[in-house]
Design a binder for this molecule. Sequence first.
Ligand code: 4AD
Ligand code: MG
Length: 500
Amino acid sequence: MLHLNDWYETSFNESNYLYPLMQQEIKEILKGLQVDYTTTISGWVRTFRNNQFIALNDGSTNNNLQVVVDFNTFDEALLKRITTGSCIRATGKVIASLGKGQSVELIADTVEILGDSDPEVYPLQPKKHSLEFLREKAHLRFRTNTFGSVFRLRNALAFGIHQFFQEQNFIYMHSPIISASDAEGAGEMFRVTSLNLDKLPKTDNGEVDFSEDFFGRSANLTVSGQLEAELAAMAFTKVYTFGPTFRAENSNTTRHLAEFWMIEPEVAFNELKDNADLAEEMLKYVIQYAMEKHPDDIDFLDARLAEEEKQKPTNERAEFGLKEKLNFLLANDFERITYTEAIDILLQSPAYKKKKFQYEVSWGIDMQSEHERYLVEKHFKKPVIVTNYPKGIKAFYMRQNDGEETGRETVAAMDILAPGIGEIIGGSQREERLDKLEQRMKEMHIPAEEMYWYLDTRRFGTCKHAGFGLGFERLVQFVTGMGNIRDVIPFPRTPNNCEF
Ligand code: 4AD
Ligand code: MG
């Protein structure tokens, strides 16, 4: 039998071991590679059955380790304190399990209560809680199976994204969080100020005098790191940002957050097709990475979603299970169509002919989510890259396509639409021609003087380039199958909600 000290000596530099605490990760123990040795574990009690079987979880996996205590030898007062939610440390022997549902279990020699949890008031009962209820207990929901799986996958996706770009020698660039520009030109920004709101300084014509503010001008939380990433791409060729972005849009939907994380690669010399290739390759890479890293969590969420779908009427059920959907994405090329083709498909669709769409369909519209969902879920049944949108509905920095008929001018934009999510990526080739860019900014009333730094890259050594923004939470939604974006970020910020 291997003793704790032997174990420590042989594995102290293995990542699964939290030395100097000398406690092993439950995930490692459950692999069952070794039995008949003594070890120590710590975690939170999920359930305590028959005064004998503790289901213990330490967050390394959503599978619990069964810790067996002998109620004849353990102090009764101590046994009483082993309750759902309490934190304990146990030392004992790992043995091959005779019981069903687990390969190994730990026969406890000692159990130490690290933190009590009064079962009368602990909000999480050992039963299924609704996601709505758990959202109100977001400080404790990490301790549930669903959120354990979601946030381990979120972590893997974040790391996978860095790995993908780092393997290709992209430079990770930190774009500023406080910014004076409105990159998307949408004006949905949170103001950052240190002015006393009860005594605002005013100019002669009665407006707030931001020259008295902290930065000597008005400033906001950034809506995107793109413009700064473009500047860096004009030196490093391949860059990406991965940071928080903020939008004060009053959208109470299952796809919108006021604070979300965005990944924005920007690549010099790339054109629209290269941009789409990069996006497709990246999505496939990170999804595969997360699936390989946490197969148990994917299995758990797959079963969870199947259960949830069963509650729905048959005609509303998703066609694919979670794993099926992800594997299908990995194995197939994304569909690529132009905006004009997309509109034609919608106009030809039975849904349109039967007047099933709530919003109108015609060339020039900003497609609504019902249209996007029709394209990906009903028509193509897979991710779709839509390119070349009407100029009138897109941002000023997108490259204007040459030789288009009047009234049908387009820009080299691309959106990637994913089943169940809608828009997961938005991007474009950028307008690198100074005269065209200046003219477009004038048309859209974007002050060129304030944006001199952006225009300078077009003045000095301009070149074609392209990039996109991936909404990180929408990616996590796609991979976990969670229906509400509030359930894939630890502490969601949405209209009227800034708890925790
Ligand atoms: O399409 P968007 O607005 O594009 C940009 O911000 C560009 N500057 C990106 C670029 O080209 N570098 O946003 C990009 C993505 C969307 O496709 C969506 O996935 C996500 O960000 N997103 C949101 N996610 C959650 N909550 C919101 N309110 C979001 N708004 C956009
Ligand atoms: Mg967009």
